[in-house]
Design a protein around this ligand. Structure first.
Ligand code: AVJ
Length: 318
């Protein structure tokens, strides 16, 4: 650990603490949740419209079919994990009979605020209970939804950011948060050829590169850091053994950067590992869900088997 890191990380809070922890390892890392400041949310929105990024449009098409076949009881409350906008929830809500509420959960507070305001116009009679939280943190549903049937929703393959052990813990935590009888609809990106995956994370227009580098811009502004952002290049790598796309920021030269008073030196070619995006098989994801106590029910996919939506059930009445 670099000099002063212990002292400074005690003093630093929030994103600086996250950054100091990640940058202090042998392989430097930064948590993917740091991408989503206002500019990061905007860039991610651009990514979802890129020709190479099949994820969002494929999920959308699959969701139109899945939502029509959910068969949720009337008066269901929809609880969305990672709800940076309500577009996907609106598709599900349109197929629910008399939904009793919508609970969007997200770390991006700005996005959550504007979502809540838009919902007042688009769904004036639907109670919305926004929760600004990291979905990995312990979470309690608002008291108002107690007694209603609960449908959890985790679209976008955001679960791909979690390594399998963390994903299992998350799935089992969601099961106890949502409770007995709940369902959980999870969007899961599927394994496919690297010739499709790599361009999806390294697009021709450089939007993903800007999204990746923006985390350094954010640390410079919010964590008293001084990264030379132009001296890092975006890299997207398919790690076949671990079944994941990795994003890295590669230092173009030997350099030193400071974060909250702590110095970090980089050799030329050294990387900061900024994101994992795990790609699952249908059976592999179902096995993971089972290991977290869920009972896999239906699976919907597109005809090229790029993306899957899994309906899980919590039959646990303990
Ligand atoms: C929001 C985590 C689903 O992994 O595809 C997109 C984030 N990173 N391009 C993904 C992302 C680079 C995205 N998730």
């Amino acid at each position: 650990m670099p000099d002063g890191a212990i002292h400074s990380s005690l003093a630093a809070s929030g994103i600086a603490a996250d950054a100091l922890a990640g940058l202090s390892g042998q392989q430097k890392t930064l948590p993917a949740k740091l991408f989503y400041d206002d500019e990061g949310c905007r860039l991610f929105g651009e990514i979802t419209r890129l020709p190479e990024y099949y994820v969002t449009r494929t999920e959308r098409a699959v969701l139109e079919r899945a939502a029509a076949e959910l068969l949720q009881p009337a008066g269901t409350v929809l609880v969305e994990y990672g709800a940076s906008d309500e577009a996907k929830a609106a598709v599900v809500l349109a197929h629910l009979e008399n939904p009793a509420g919508y609970v969007p959960i997200d770390v991006a507070e700005g996005a959550l605020d504007t979502l809540t305001v838009r919902m007042q116009t688009s769904h004036p009679h639907l109670p919305v209970y926004p929760l600004a939280a990291d979905f990995l943190a312990p979470l309690v549903l608002p008291a108002e939804v107690a007694g209603s049937p609960i449908a959890g929703f985790f679209p976008g393959s955001t679960i791909g950011n979690l390594d399998p052990a963390t994903a299992r813990r998350f799935l089992s935590k969601v099961r106890s948060t949502l409770g007995a009888g709940a369902t959980f609809l999870v969007g899961v990106d599927l394994r496919k050829d690297a010739s499709i995956l790599v361009p999806a994370y390294d697009d021709a227009q450089g939007v993903t590169a800007a999204f990746n580098r923006n985390v350094l811009v954010r640390l410079n502004r919010e964590a008293d850091a001084d990264f030379d952002v132009a001296a890092f290049r975006h890299r997207a790598v398919w790690n076949d053994g671990d079944g994941r796309i990795e994003m890295h920021l590669e230092s173009l030269r030997a350099q030193v950067a400071h974060v909250a008073g702590v110095s970090f030196s980089f050799t030329a070619g050294e990387t900061i590992h900024t994101e994992n995006s795990y790609k699952h098989t249908i059976n592999g994801f179902q096995a993971l869900a089972v290991s977290a106590g869920w009972r896999p029910d239906r699976v919907w996919t597109d005809d090229r088997a790029l993306f899957s939506l899994h309906l899980l059930r919590n039959g646990d009445f303990s």
